[in-house]
Structures are given as structure tokens and as C-alpha cells.
Design a protein around this ligand. Structure first.
Ligand SMILES: [Zn+2]
Length: 241
């Protein structure tokens, strides 16, 4: 996204320069319009290959997350977990295992409120408490935040990004697995909608989602997709800039 911003800024400067050159001395130069603000959330990433990031929210779940970790380990696939602080506090060992096995751990708030509807002070507390729980479990602070429901005000986005130091990660593929449509529907939606650079949303707290994964992973692999963590995907985009 930064790339597009830079290109549009460059075009803007060129067009402003041309406008100024062609203006006669009596005319006032065209005022330079304010460039649009760069987006600070990411839903998918421009990449140069068949790379995608699977993400699993709302865990860790005592029973289901270890089952998912087993499946991913068998296939040598790395994903990103956006964990809830309360659940990390209950099962830090699961988060530790996920990190040890190469998965990325992101922050998904302490108790899953709609952050856009609570005070800045509470937003900070939701994020910081979770950050401490994750750091305690894995020995490193998370750098990605996914707001519950994808919901943040523009002002919150800025302080979470600029002051708290998070990349704000949304998604472009949503199988609505939380509505529990059954494993086949979850698989079909993911496989149909995923493109290179996609960030796929799902939840490791629903049995049907875990049941959907063996077929989903096989079908995505058959289409040539390669699985990376969200941070790996973001680094690929930066290399293209
Ligand atoms: Zn969630």
C-alpha cells in the first residue's frame, strides 16, 4: 500500500511541476493538494508469488488449538494466531508451543470488546495486558494487532500504529466459520476466494473449522499456494517497493 501511495505522490508532484511550468508569469501556480493519507491497516498484500497467510482468531482453545497445531506440524505449514489475552493467561503453554513451532502470535485484545466503542484508556489496557501475557508466554512482544470485529476508529488506528507500534491486520477472505456452516462450506469459501497475497480469517475455537483444515490445506496446496505468516507476507510486499 505504501508503494501505491509513493507512486501516487510521485505522479502528483510530476503533474504539479507540469502545471507550474506551463503557467504564465501572471498566473498563480496551482496549489499543491494535500496527498491522501496512507492506509495504516492491511487486508491483503501485493506479492510476487503464490504466498498467502492463514490466520486463526480468538484462541488459544484448550482442545482445538493443539489439534490444529498437530495438523500444521505434519504439513510444515506456518500460520498466524491472533490470541485473546484472557485465553493466553489460561493456556500460556499452548501459545508457547505455537511460537516454538514457527507460528506467529498476534494481539487480539484482552477480552474481545468492540474497541471502537470503549475509551482510549480501556483500548490501551486491552492491548497492553494482552501484550504482557504474550510476552510472558513466548518471550517476545507481538507486532501485529487484529481488532475484534475489525472495528477501530480512525484515531485509534493512529495511536495503535504510531504509539503502541502495531501493524493493524484485517483480512480479505472470510469464510464466516463462526456461524458454523459446516466444514465443507468453510473449505469451499476459503479455496474459492483466496488469491496470492490473501490474508484468510478463521477461528480455532470452532470444531468445524478444525475439521475443515485438512481438505482446505490440501486444496490450497493443490492450487500452488504457499503458506507464510502475516509478518513474512508484509516483508515480501516491502521488498517489492
Ligand atoms: Zn475475534
Amino acid at each position: 500500500m505504501l508503494r501505491f501511495f509513493c507512486i501516487s505522490s510521485a505522479l502528483l508532484l510530476v503533474s504539479v511541476a507540469l502545471a507550474q511550468e506551463s503557467a504564465s508569469p501572471t498566473e498563480k501556480p496551482t496549489p499543491i493538494p494535500t496527498p491522501p493519507e496512507p492506509k495504516i491497516t492491511v487486508s491483503s498484500v501485493p506479492v510476487d508469488g503464490p504466498y498467502i497467510a492463514l490466520t486463526f482468531d480468538d484462541g488459544p482453545s484448550e482442545k482445538l488449538t493443539p489439534r490444529l497445531l498437530d495438523l500444521l506440524a505434519q504439513r510444515h505449514i506456518h500460520v498466524t494466531f491472533f490470541v485473546i489475552g484472557e485465553n493466553v493467561a489460561q493456556h500460556p503453554e499452548i501459545v508457547k508451543r505455537a511460537a516454538r513451532e514457527g507460528h506467529e502470535i498476534g494481539n487480539h485484545s484482552w477480552s474481545h470488546p468492540n474497541l471502537a466503542k470503549i475509551s482510549d484508556e480501556n483500548v490501551r489496557s486491552q492491548i497492553k495486558r494482552t501484550e504482557e501475557a504474550i510476552s510472558g508466554a513466548i518471550g517476545a512482544r507481538p507486532v501485529l494487532l487484529r481488532p475484534p470485529y475489525g472495528s477501530l476508529t480512525a484515531r485509534q488506528k493512529h495511536f495503535i500504529h504510531d504509539e503502541l507500534g502495531y501493524e493493524i491486520v484485517l483480512w480479505d477472505v472470510d469464510p464466516y466459520d463462526w456461524k458454523r456452516p459446516g466444514p465443507t462450506v468453510v473449505t469451499n469459501r476459503i479455496v474459492k476466494e483466496t488469491r496470492p497475497g490473501s490474508i484468510v480469517l478463521s477461528h480455532d475455537i470452532h470444531p468445524g473449522t478444525i475439521e475443515a483444515m485438512p481438505t482446505t490445506l490440501s486444496e490450497l496446496e493443490a492450487k500452488g499456494f504457499k503458506f507464510v505468516t502475516v509478518s513474512e507476507l508484509l516483508h515480501m510486499a516491502r521488498r517489492l517497493e
